[in-house]
Design a protein around this ligand. Sequence first.
Ligand SMILES: *[C@@H]1O[C@H](CO)[C@@H](O)[C@H](O)[C@H]1NC(C)=O
Ligand SMILES: *[C@@H]1O[C@H](CO)[C@@H](O)[C@H](O)[C@H]1NC(C)=O
Ligand SMILES: *[C@@H]1O[C@H](CO)[C@@H](O)[C@H](O)[C@H]1NC(C)=O
Length: 261
Amino acid sequence: MRRAAAFLALLLCLYWMRAQGESGGVTENDITQTEVQSEILGVKTTSHQTNITPDIWAELKELRDMVIQQSVELRKMEQENTDLEARLNTTENVVEELKRENTVLEARMNTCENEVEELKRENAERPKVAFSVGLTDAGAVGPFNTDITLQFSKIFTNIGQAYSPTTGVFTAPVNGTYYFRFTGFEDRSTNWLGIKLYHNDKRITGSYDGNYDDGTVMVSNGFVLQLEKGDEIYMVLTPDYGVSDDHNNRTTFSGFLLFAM
Ligand SMILES: *[C@@H]1O[C@H](CO)[C@@H](O)[C@H](O)[C@H]1NC(C)=O
Ligand SMILES: *[C@@H]1O[C@H](CO)[C@@H](O)[C@H](O)[C@H]1NC(C)=O
Ligand SMILES: *[C@@H]1O[C@H](CO)[C@@H](O)[C@H](O)[C@H]1NC(C)=O
């Protein structure tokens, strides 16, 4: 196509140079059909050097028109090509940008997945510790003339088995922050209600109340405590004081691990 166009252009050029040589110079735009015809006539009448017939001139003219039309189309196509190339460049840039963003997102995704795995592992490894126990169904306990560790024998919950019903002692399985609470009940008016919470050999609280009205009394308290693994938490009945419990579960002791440290 291009080659044909070049050839036609060459032909046209030859024709035009010749025409210009004979007419003393006309521009391409000046060559209208009538001019070409009159020129051809002129050529025929004035020149003996050429024997190109009008048919050939007409054909050349037709070829010239074709070439002009094709070069117009070519220019149009070239412009379209440039436009397409620009759009392609833009698209390529967008694709590159998206690829970059994708890589960044992928990296973030990987980080997130790793963090989720880590949290899952941590959660699975996190010790689960919680207990809730009641003192007894047998009624009155004490008074005694010495400290007695209260053995809460009714187990409501003992996840992790950190509380021992045989000793009444909770032993911290891990370093951490724990919460403990207790409630003591007494319905005897002959003794005061008096119980103490211990952390190892350190007393955390003594909770006392006298049953003056011959009804019932209760004491209650709660603490967040920081424990090391192996630390012991337990309730003690104060000498000469009493505590009671029955099927109503009113003297209770509970605790759980808030978080390991
Ligand atoms: C398209 O990108 C190429 C390479 O960067 C460049 O040479 C060309 O000029 C660009 N074309 C357009 C139309 O922007
Ligand atoms: C528990 O805490 C103590 C005191 O901070 C520390 O010396 C000990 O190494 C910790 N133990 C564990 C198992 O983390
Ligand atoms: C005390 O606890 C026991 C054991 O869980 C339960 O069967 C009983 O109903 C509780 N008593 C009351 C008064 O809720």
